[in-house]
Write a protein that binds this ligand. Structure first.
Ligand code: B12
Ligand code: SF4
Length: 557
């Protein structure tokens, strides 16, 4: 079958994974990608999108490809442009079913499936669901009952199917295929990779909080085997010749034994500097030592708020000030650069609380500080809390559900100190690099009424949020613009592709209970597998109890 994916803004590891998986099942996969210069989340400059591209290029490419299925991946902030384009596709290619997957439809399935432009949506992981869907389409069988999908039938009725188990082990699927994003020039000299799916924590403002709760029957967090990760890295290094890697895992290398093996293999086979994410509780001496030995040059660490009460009680991040300061010291001691990350604009947060983030940051000696504004992502516990306690109006939540604004530019909560949020957000990255003697002046500027000077400082703060990434993008931008345009115009898919029915091959145990539901029907689970499953269940229950927060936020007023 011919599957056309669409994405915008940057490479997407989830889409790369789906493309790799579907290719491995014999489907012809193509991607349409746009740089989305105008809706970059930092500054809204719509004319840039019009200036460099136009929708006609995109639609024409889709028509030339003759897809059997069009697949959109949506995060909340991309939902509106994606919906707009899906409507165009529906107009021009009315007979081609359109599926939308990703965290947005997973969080808001009722709202997403209502849209005329989407025939079905995927909740959670898409590999198995898309495989089954394409197989049924190929066999011209009904596909309204595929797990993880909500499907509209001819009468408009929505079939809301059950969840399938998460993919386990992750090595049972091929590693992400970056080739189509590479064709569009979306890869930079610092290439992204993930070694896990999920996060061991569940902070109340984060989608992991909602996702972990959705999968409360099983542990969502999974980690790939070191050998599998190294194989992917070797392949990327050979094919794309990056200068660095960027591990995009929510929390990287939280497992000491895994890191011990990884460190040796990475040094031996890859030996390139990398960046990754740690938390104040995972940045232990031994972990940092292992990271440094492997080649880690910088880490991002979420501090989120300088106010301990907000941090621990509202955000459910169990980090004391002392723990954070000690973690920053350890990071420095091991010769790793620290990027400290903060969020402003939480419910109840006062200007004093915001200032405490500046004060705490002064004690961390961070290489750079990144600040964001709290964006109430759908279904997270803190969003629910904000709605219930009058911080977020239903009207504004409706706009968020459409993805308006971003966590760089928009404070959606009804706060008495909204201007303070914008000021503190704009100034912290600059404050971090301001020499000590200028800080009193800066403090005075912070006290001024919100206005032009703060907006100007915000513009200067954008590159400081992640200076290295900013410089890479600035340098790569002309190439990216040129390559994207070229790939939109030139077609290089396999013209000789013939869709062939692949009869079910013998499958591995892991594959049987993770991926294809169709294949699963024919599979007999033996006693060993059942015993292993039971042991796994007990282990999962133990971990869940230890790590996961599933309740609502009970923050005293
Ligand atoms: C890596 C990452 C990035 C990377 C790369 C983007 C990427 N997606 O690969 C970078 C740094 C560029 C990035 C940027 C941004 N990100 Co980001 N990012 C992530 C992160 C950490 C991992 C995403 C990932 O690849 N996961 C692994 C894959 C396998 O999972 P997946 O993406 O969910 O995909 C699976 C399913 O969702 C499903 N699926 C996905 N798409 C589709 C499509 C179809 C048709 C089907 C059937 C299924 C399907 O199948 C996939 C495979 O199983 C997530 C947090 C997280 N843990 O998910 C945040 C996250 C996705 N990012 C987020 C945001 C907000 C952004 C930015 C807007 C931030 C900003 N303001 O700049 C930008 C957007 C840029 C862009 N245009 O993509 C939010 C989205 C929240 C929301 N509700 O929408 C998340 C969830 C972070 C968070 N904690 O809030 N991000
Ligand atoms: S540690 Fe980071 S990724 Fe994990 S739940 Fe908290 S905010 Fe989300």
């Amino acid at each position: 079958m011919r599957v056309l994916f669409y994405y915008r803004g940057g490479e997407h590891i989830g889409v790369e994974s789906l493309m790799a998986y579907l290719k491995s099942k014999g489907h012809l996969v193509e991607l349409i990608y746009e740089l989305a210069l105008g809706d970059n989340g930092y500054l809204d400059i719509p004319f840039l999108n019009k200036f460099f591209y136009n929708d006609n290029l995109v639609v024409e490419k889709a028509i030339r490809f003759c897809p059997d299925l069009i697949a959109f991946s949506a995060i909340t902030n991309l939902y509106t442009p994606i919906k707009k384009l899906a409507r165009k596709f529906k107009q021009k290619l009315p007979d081609v079913p359109i599926i939308c997957g990703g965290i947005h439809p997973t969080s808001l399935p009722e709202e997403t499936i209502k849209e005329d432009c989407f025939d079905m949506i995927c909740l959670g992981e898409g590999e198995g669901a898309m495989e089954d869907l394409l197989q049924r389409m190929r066999e011209k069988r009904s596909y309204t009952d595929i797990k993880n999908l909500w499907v509209k039938d001819a009468s408009g009725h929505v079939h809301k199917n059950l969840k399938r188990p998460v993919i386990r082990p992750l090595e049972s699927i091929p590693y992400p295929d970056k080739s189509l994003f590479a064709k569009y020039g979306a890869l930079t000299s610092r290439i992204m990779i993930m070694t896990t799916r999920g996060c061991p924590f569940a902070c109340t403002f984060c989608v992991n909080n909602f996702r972990n709760a959705t999968y409360s029957g099983e542990v969502y967090l999974r980690q790939r085997a070191v050998s599998d990760v190294i194989e992917e890295l070797v392949d990327i290094k050979k094919t794309y010749k990056p200068k660095k890697f960027r591990f995009e895992d929510d929390v990287f290398a939280f497992n000491q034994k895994w890191l011990d093996n990884f460190q040796v293999a990475y040094r031996k086979h890859i030996n390139l500097p990398f960046h990754c994410y740690v938390t104040p509780s995972t940045a232990k001496d031994e972990i940092l030592k292992g990271l440094k030995k492997a080649g880690c040059e910088s880490v991002s660490m979420g501090i989120q708020s300088g106010n301990e009460k907000i941090r621990t009680m509202m955000l459910h991040r169990k980090h004391t000030d002392e723990l954070i300061i000690a973690a920053a010291k350890r990071i420095k001691k091991h010769g790793i650069r620290l990027q400290a990350e903060y969020i402003f604009g939480f419910p109840t947060e006062t200007p004093e609380d915001m200032w405490s983030s500046f004060e705490l940051n002064d004690k961390l000696d961070a290489y750079n500080a990144a600040s964001f504004i709290f964006y109430p992502y759908p279904k997270t516990a803190l969003t629910e809390y904000s709605l219930q306690n009058g911080y977020l109006t239903k009207e504004d939540y409706d706009k968020i559900k459409e993805g308006y604004g971003s966590y760089h530019t928009s404070c959606w909560l009804k706060l008495p100190y909204r201007d303070e949020v914008y000021k503190h957000n704009a100034m912290l990255p600059v404050w971090n690099v301001t020499p000590k003697f200028l800080k009193p002046l800066f403090k005075k500027i912070l006290k001024l009424k919100y206005g032009f000077i703060h907006k100007l400082i915000y513009v200067f703060s954008v590159p400081l949020i992640d200076f290295e990434e900013f410089m890479i993008r600035v340098k790569d931008m002309p190439r990216m613009i040129f390559q994207t345009r070229k790939a939109l115009i030139n077609d290089d898919w396999d013209k000789s592709y013939k869709d062939v029915f692949l009869s079910s091959l013998p499958i591995k145990v892991e594959e049987a209970h993770t991926v294809s539901e169709t294949k699963k029907e024919n599979y007999v689970i033996d006693i060993d597998v059942l015993a292993r499953k039971k042991a796994e269940e007990a282990f999962k229950a133990k971990r869940r109890k230890k790590h996961f927060f599933h309740g609502t936020v009970n923050f005293p007023q």
